[in-house]
Design a protein around this ligand. Structure first.
Ligand code: NAP
Length: 394
């Protein structure tokens, strides 16, 4: 039988890439500079794959998801992507999994080892994660560092190699790397399957294998007070990005009847709608234009998953007009996933009209707490973590 030359070449490139990305060299944390960014840029850049092509493991066309518009993917990364399988979940599958509890390590007489964790993303600027995580580790009596390592997309390959080979136990991932990082993982937890975004990675201390999780899903749920019963209810979500998809996964798990998505561009949303309908056949999904007047009279909850109102971006703005908020029924809850400022304009307007509100801060703490459960097998103190966040919020 004739050997497929092209396939053989691709296989060789993939092997070489794997070897290089899992090399055993210990290095210094690479520093990001403009010059380095230019020199680290992969030569054979190719567009990132579309939402459903990720699901089908079949790279074809770029789409309009923000994380997908990054020109970071080289041939090497593409090969990684080809090995990575997103599966359609079986019906009735639970997407939100409590992380497995690892038994506490046996007592030893040695001094506790310093554990290393990090956050990668770009730009990072001022991040609350550092304070929250350090407070969590302290509550557990774990000696740990949590570094903020700015990582532009073109440096992702090198950064993963660095974290893998320099004794880190895990790391968090933020914008714009939540999707691209999936290409370098050995395994992906069910929590990240639908969301198509990773915010937490655990590094196996024995094998250095990387496993990705999305703790925003469980973070979103845990921030909802127990007496809010979402079963069979209609919910509105503003935005269709990473936070929105985490909210969708969480709300589907809560067995809502219908999710109305509000987006800037319905056409761009069609592929996502199809995917969601397949993934959650018991939930009805519809999409609406976000800039048109929204009558929310049949909503039990409205979730803001856009950055409108966020500090440094559109602070002082609200994604809903006061007149739209007033259309909500009295029992409705307004959930803004933004955590900085503590009270967005949306939350202030909702409170003015006596609606129940949930801010993004508890979600932020819960997602960090879940990350620490994954990394350590232990549950840190929520209150300590929240105090650390509040102390460091502007
Ligand atoms: P993302 O993936 O970039 O998605 C943002 C979404 O908002 C997109 O659907 C985008 O629409 C839409 N959008 C942006 N600007 C808009 C505008 N001016 N008008 C209408 N829609 C607009 O970002 P993300 O990761 O989902 O984050 C969204 C927010 O959630 C951020 O403020 C982030 O800090 C917050 N967040 C909080 C937590 C927490 O733990 N509390 C966790 C994650 C995220 P297009 O698709 O049309 O661009």
């Amino acid at each position: 039988m004739a050997i497929n030359k092209e396939l053989y070449e691709r296989y060789k490139a993939m092997k070489a890439a794997k070897l290089s990305a899992s090399g055993n060299n210990t290095e210094k944390a690479p520093v990001t500079t403009q010059t380095q960014q230019a020199s680290n840029k992969p030569e054979n850049s190719a567009p990132v794959t579309s939402y459903s092509s990720l699901a089908n493991n079949n790279n074809t066309e770029p789409n309009n998801y923000p994380e997908n518009n990054i020109n970071y993917t080289d041939k090497v990364a593409k090969e990684y992507n080809n090995q990575f399988t997103y599966s359609q979940p079986a019906q009735n599958q639970t997407y939100i999994q409590e992380t497995t509890t690892v038994p506490e390590p046996a007592q030893t007489h040695q001094a506790p080892q310093l554990k290393k964790f990090a956050l990668i993303g770009y730009p990072l600027g001022h991040s609350l994660s550092e304070y929250i995580h350090l407070a969590g580790f302290e509550s557990l009596g774990i000696k740990a560092t949590y570094e903020l390592i700015p990582t532009p997309p073109e440096e992702l390959v090198d950064r993963i190699k660095y974290l893998r080979n320099n004794g880190y136990s895990g790391f968090n991932v933020t914008i714009p790397l939540k999707l691209p990082v999936t290409m370098f993982l050995d395994e992906v937890d069910a929590s990240a399957n639908i969301v198509k975004a990773i915010n937490t990675v655990a590094i196996d201390p024995q094998t250095n294998a990387l496993k990705g999780f999305n703790t925003d899903v469980i973070g979103f749920i845990k921030a909802i007070p127990q007496d809010i019963n979402l079963y069979n209810k209609t919910v509105a979500i503003l935005g269709t990005g990473g936070a929105a998809r985490a909210a969708i996964t969480a709300l589907a798990q809560k067995q809502v009847k219908e999710i109305k998505l509000y987006t800037r561009n319905i056409t761009n949303c069609i592929e996502l709608l199809e995917y969601l309908r397949k993934s959650f056949p018991k939930v009805e999904f519809n999409a609406y234009q976000i800039d048109k007047f929204k009558n929310l009279s049949d909503m039990y909850m409205v979730v803001n998953a856009t950055p409108i109102g966020m500090s440094g971006q559109a602070v002082g703005y609200s994604p809903l007009e006061e007149e739209e908020i007033k259309t909500l029924p009295p029992e409705a809850t307004v959930y803004d996933v933004i955590y900085n400022p503590k009270k967005t304009n949306l939350i202030k307007l909702a409170q003015k009209h006596k609606y129940r509100t949930i801010t993004g801060l508890d979600m932020l703490i819960h997602q960090a707490l879940e990350a620490q459960k994954i990394w350590t097998g232990l549950t840190p103190d929520f209150k300590d973590m929240k105090i650390a966040a509040l102390e460091n919020l502007d």
